[in-house]
Write a protein that binds this ligand. Structure first.
Ligand code: NAP
Length: 294
């Protein structure tokens, strides 16, 4: 049987990760290609730390037009790039590479991912107080998203307070108009009101499913209008259950995942998806994900 689904003139895109087999990105991008009739193919590359530079060099020489970078390479890859976008520099990590004549330029589309997921629910950071739980990779993107979109106050709470301090200092350097503070998780109860809570810890995921980074009494004191959890498995974490009970809008990490992928395609192909295309792609992927997730 003839299989002509990939032809010689197709653009090649992919993702570097270790491990990479869990990644939902190939499904997202190849679905977009099929839905919109685009001539590209997106493949997973299992790249180990010691081979990262050689892999980037090889991809450049093979004209791989765009790459996503996932755990654990988001920081290390920065050494092998010919340029880094300002927002990615503020985050201190890249998740998207675009091929240029001189090498790859690095971007971080996680900020756009969180931003668009919240905009879709009618939320704007402008003049607001945000509580960010966590100080790892996803928290960096959530924090930069809040500050770059005009949050007045950003409180970063993390188990290891030194990491929250480092993140707070970096964000303050790039976005001085946002007042940033670093506290430990226990101090959240005394921080006053927060318009939004963003969970970027792993509490609620995997073996920590059913747990929440803050308890119901603390969440009630914050009176947040919206609660975002970067986790998308389970679809409703314990924190989101608490938020729902308290009458807040709740948003899981699925839209962040989809929107960061669409933002990467916009960079690779220098285009913009229409709101109708975004809606169609996102509902198709959500249906697939709900039906197929383990
Ligand atoms: P990471 O860099 O490893 O950061 C993990 C964070 O969780 C750190 O702040 C860590 O605190 C905290 N943490 C872990 N165990 C804890 C515990 N027992 N008690 C208190 N705090 C704890 O991970 P990441 O890449 O940022 O991912 C964080 C979450 O976001 C994951 O659940 C991931 O699935 C999700 N995520 C979603 C998307 C999306 O597109 N929706 C994208 C990326 C990540 P310490 O600093 O004290 O260790």
């Amino acid at each position: 049987m003839i299989n002509d689904s990939i032809k010689g003139d197709f653009t090649v895109l992919g993702i570097f990760g270790d491990p990479v087999e869990h990644s939902f990105s190939p499904t997202i991008h190849n679905t977009v290609a099929k839905m919109l009739g685009k001539n590209f193919v997106y493949v997973p590359f299992h790249v180990k730390k010691e081979g990262l530079g050689a892999a980037a060099d090889g991809a450049f020489n093979m004209s791989v037009a765009g790459l996503n970078i996932t755990v654990p390479h988001k920081i290390e890859i920065m050494k092998f790039l010919c340029g880094i976008d300002k927002q990615a520099e503020a985050i201190g990590a890249v998740n998207t590479l675009k091929l240029t004549e001189n090498g790859y330029v690095g971007y971080n589309t996680d900020v756009t991912g969180v931003g668009r997921a919240l905009e879709k629910r009618g939320f704007s950071f402008e003049g607001k107080t945000a509580l960010l739980l966590g100080a790892g990779g996803a928290a960096n993107a959530c924090g930069v998203c809040a500050a770059s979109r005009g949050a007045k106050r950003l409180v970063i709470a993390n188990r290891t307070v030194e990491k929250a301090e480092a993140l707070s200092e970096r964000i303050a350097k790039y976005y001085p108009e946002t007042k940033t503070e670093a506290i430990n998780l226990e101090a959240v109860a005394d921080m006053g009101r927060a318009d939004i809570i963003l969970n970027a810890t792993t509490i609620g995921f995997g073996e920590k499913e059913g747990l929440s980074p803050i308890d119901e009494n603390t969440a009630a004191k914050l009176e947040a209008e919206i609660i975002f959890d970067a986790i998308y498995v389970p679809q409703k974490t314990r924190l989101l259950e608490i938020g729902e009970k308290l009458g807040a809008k709740i948003v899981n990490g699925f839209d962040m995942l989809v929107f960061q992928a669409l933002a990467a395609e916009e960079i690779w192909f220098d285009m913009k998806f229409s709101p109708e295309e975004e809606k169609e792609i996102s509902s198709c992927l959500e249906k697939y994900f709900t039906e197929n997730r383990k």
